[in-house]
Design a protein around this ligand. Structure first.
Ligand SMILES: [Ca+2]
Length: 246
């Protein structure tokens, strides 16, 4: 199919469903999906809507048929720009543990399996060898579990993902980036105290609450910026640390 493709909802012009057939590829020019993308999945393959130009999924409905089992399915690609960070409606809901991921670097729309073991596999860790949550195969002092939550690379040594602390004002301000999907199988707690013995827990929530400010999709889609603010008060010293449990 060449040229622009518009799939509109009934009443908005052409009522339509894009369905490339039983696991096939539909090539199209710039596409505005306002109707339904009926995406078939079979084994580790899926339909692919291959767009040369711009793709707009912001008003589209995604319906997946078949059983999701693989860690990643690429269901659309585009060459220019995308509008929308996910589909407006996903019906029926995706299998638990899967999410839509718009990768604006690779210019792909994917269905990805979230969770630690899937992440470990995608990052090149080997099951039973170096994929343990407490293992640290790149020897940078950051466990695999924290690499997962903080968006690190478990096989490339580096500490840029570690939380930063600013105690220059009247507050202790603790900032880090969280992989949003890591919330599905991990629990994060910020702990602070004045003597390294007793700690006060602050649960890290899904969205802004209390002393924790969460800015979603920042700095990139799929990650959140998390800021914990604790008043220093009369403490001469205040320590903070992040506790992760899977
Ligand atoms: Ca590490």
């Amino acid at each position: 199919m060449n040229g622009p493709l518009t799939v509109a909802t009934a009443g908005g012009g052409v009522a339509g469903t894009v369905s490339p057939g039983s696991v096939g590829t539909l090539a199209a020019g710039s596409t505005v999906l306002a109707g339904t993308y009926a995406c078939d999945v079979s084994g580790s393959t899926s339909d692919l809507l291959a767009v040369t130009g711009n793709l707009d999924i912001s008003a589209a409905t995604l319906t997946v048929s078949g059983t999701l089992t693989a860690s990643t399915y690429t269901i659309a690609s585009y060459t220019d720009t995308i509008t929308g960070t996910t589909f407006a409606t996903i019906s029926p809901a995706l299998t638990t543990g899967y999410a839509v991921k718009v990768d604006t670097t690779a210019k792909l729309v994917q269905l990805v399996k979230s969770g630690y073991s899937s992440w470990a596999q995608l990052k090149g860790l080997t099951a039973g060898v170096n994929d343990g949550v407490l293992q640290d195969p790149d020897l940078d002092g950051i466990s695999n579990l924290l690499e997962y939550i903080l968006g690190g690379d478990p096989l490339a040594s580096g500490q840029s993902i570690l939380p930063t602390v600013d105690a220059s004002g009247s507050n202790l301000v603790f900032t880090f980036i969280r992989l949003s999907s890591s919330q599905t199988d991990t629990t994060l707690t910020f702990q602070y105290g004045s003597d390294l013995v007793g700690w006060t827990d602050v649960a890290i929530p899904a969205t802004t609450a209390g002393s924790v400010t969460i800015t979603p999709a920042t700095p990139t889609t799929g990650s959140d910026t998390v800021v914990v603010t604790v008043a220093k008060g009369s403490n001469s010293a205040l320590f903070g640390r992040l506790k992760a449990v899977k």
